[in-house]
Every structure is written in C-alpha cells, then in structure tokens.
Design a protein around this ligand. Sequence first.
Ligand SMILES: C[S@@+](CC[C@H](N)C(=O)[O-])C[C@H]1O[C@@H](n2cnc3c(N)ncnc32)[C@H](O)[C@@H]1O
Length: 329
Amino acid sequence: MGLPPRLALERVAGDPVARRALGVLGDALRRSRFTGADPAGAPDAASGALWALASGAPADRTGCAAALGDALVDLEGAGVVVPWEVETGPLPAGRCRLRGQILPMRSVLTFLDELHPEPESDIVYVGADSIALLRAVWQAGGTGRRAADLGTGQGLLAAALATRYDHVVATDLAPRCVAAAALVPALNPHLAARCSVVRADVAGGLCPRAFDLVVANAPWVPEVPDDAVGDRRRFAAGGPTGFELPRRFLDGAAALLAQGGRAFVACTDLEFDDGRAPLRSHLPALTAAGVDVEVRSTLLDGGEILAWAQQRAPGVVVADHVIVTLRRP
Ligand SMILES: C[S@@+](CC[C@H](N)C(=O)[O-])C[C@H]1O[C@@H](n2cnc3c(N)ncnc32)[C@H](O)[C@@H]1O
C-alpha cells in the first residue's frame, strides 16, 4: 500500500464548509477547556475523545461525533479527519484521527500539520526558537493597533498577538504555511476579524511606518535553499552565512515600524574565523534607518547551534541564537 497523500491544506483553507467545521471544533475545545493535557483528564467521555483528536491521536469516533455533530462529517469530507494513520495504515473500527495537532494557548488555537514521511514541499514549522521569540514578545508586554508576523509558519505568534492588537497581518512565502496560518481565524472565530494572512516575500506589500509591533522568526540556518529538495528547507535556510534572509527580515521589520513601534526578530549571531560577523556588521545600517537596536541572546542550546552552523558554513567559530529588538523613537 502506498503512503496516503498529504492533507491538502490549501484546499482546506479555502473551503468554507471545512472552515466552519474547524470553528465548531475550536469552540468545542474551548468549552471543554482543552489545554493539550492527557485526554484521560478530560471532564467527560466526549471531551476525552475530542482532546485525543486534537492531539493527533486515534480518537473514539462516537465521542467525537457527540462533541462535534455534523462538523465531524464535514471535517471527514474535507480529509482533515481520517480513519487511518500515516505510520500504521487503517485504524481499528470506530477510531478516527486528525491529520495534524491543535496547539492550545489558553483560548487561542493553532493547527500544526502532521509529520508526513514524504513532504514534497513546505514544512510548517514550530520549534524552541518560536517559543523563545513568543516568550520575549510576551514578556515585553504592549498592546496597540497593528501588528505583523513576518514568516509566520503555522501562525502561532500571529494568533497570540491577535489577543493584544486590533489587527495582525501574518505573511509567509510558503503556500503550505500560508494555508496553515489561514486556519487560525477559522479555529478562532472570536479572532477572525483581527487576523489576516497573506502570501508575501518578507514584508512585501505591507504599509511602511504603520505597525506598532513586528515579529519575525527568520530562517537562520547557514544554508542555501536547494531547488533539488523543492521548498522543503525554506523554513530553515537563511542563506550561505545564515544571515542573508535575517537581514531582509530585519530591514523589512524596521521599515514597517510606526513611531514608538517595536520589532523582535529572532536569528543567529555568527562569527567566522576570518573575523566576519554578519549580524554585528549590519547593525549600523539599522541604526541609520532610524531605529534603536538591541541584541539579546535567547540562551537556546549554543553547543547544538554551533554544531549545526559549523556543519553548514565552514569557518564558524561562534553561534548564538539571539533576538534583535528594534524601536523607532
Ligand atoms: C524559522 S520558520 C518560523 C516560523 C514561525 N514564525 C515560528 O516562529 O514558528 C521561518 C518561516 O519563514 C518563512 N519564510 C522563508 N522565506 C521567506 C520569505 N522570503 N518571506 C516570507 N516568509 C519566508 C518560512 O516558510 C517559515 O515559515
């Protein structure tokens, strides 16, 4: 038996019936206070089935139907819920599975694509660096009118920001990421009017000097995107020194900031044995663009990051994962 195809996320994102069903799923998860905890701790059997489904585990279909009604049939019709698992094939009778996971942040839910053994393109990404950026942005506080999340991936930061800013625009270049992020307003009907997702190259098409907050977790691994593997490394490949793409995200973020606005851009601060330090060398250009700049280490595992960098970029001697904060006075 061949592998079942990947979920057609772009089709789901554009299907009003599937979007409405995802809204029903999101509301049911919020009502049952889904936190991502073990389904055994759910308040009742139907919630337990729903929590298992949302975690991407095989779930009891009768319980899911009790919690979701016709929306379950609509999710099955859209291929979002299926009776099989990628690894093991068909599930036992009466079980079903979501082709991904729902990541909860209190009342806000996002969709993380399932790991498919043969992704032909566009990995939808969330990792320790995403969480480090979210934490830094959250700790800094702040509310405002407009926020932007550049290179949004599955839309985690954009979803969180929609609870604090009147409107959030999320961009990504990868069609699969745009589709995953477009499920944020579907899963969170209460935020739908506050969050838009567009396919754009970095900040292309967004209005300069109009944003109170800009966040970006730029691809930062020293690596050139390779046409031979399609778009599969787009989430990671930051260019030959790992800074070519972060530079564009930093410049794009600076250009978007309104007076008093702040940007948080995650990337790596690399030093080479010939003295090159691409991020540090670019800081004067950012200052010249009229923003105050601060660089802080996130203290993510430096040893591992250095090893990755050295494998890919000869001559790297220091690699620190950092968040660059920009502020337009
Ligand atoms: C490291 S991932 C971060 C994803 C998400 N923001 C997070 O923190 O979990 C980088 C993201 O940038 C996107 N990306 C890569 N090149 C881009 C470009 N030129 N313009 C916009 N997005 C891009 C990738 O598709 C990927 O979703």
